[in-house]
Design a protein around this ligand. Structure first.
Ligand code: ZN
Length: 56
């Protein structure tokens, strides 16, 4: 997924802001990493460039 996408994404559980943690990046795309919601502390993983943003 594109790095810029983090600006339009929000927590699916509480609509709070997500904090991005990048583990692997290629050509401006995030391959592996995770999102953490600063409000409800849920974490969402990014695997093979696809963010798993399902409500927990
Ligand atoms: Zn949240």
């Amino acid at each position: 997924m594109k790095k810029d996408l983090v600006n339009i994404l929000c927590c699916p559980t509480c609509k709070g802001d997500l904090k991005l943690k990048v583990e692997k990046e290629e050509n401006g795309e995030i391959i592996t990493g995770s999102f953490t919601c600063e409000k409800c502390k849920c974490t969402y993983s990014i695997e093979d460039g696809i963010p798993d943003l399902l409500p927990k």
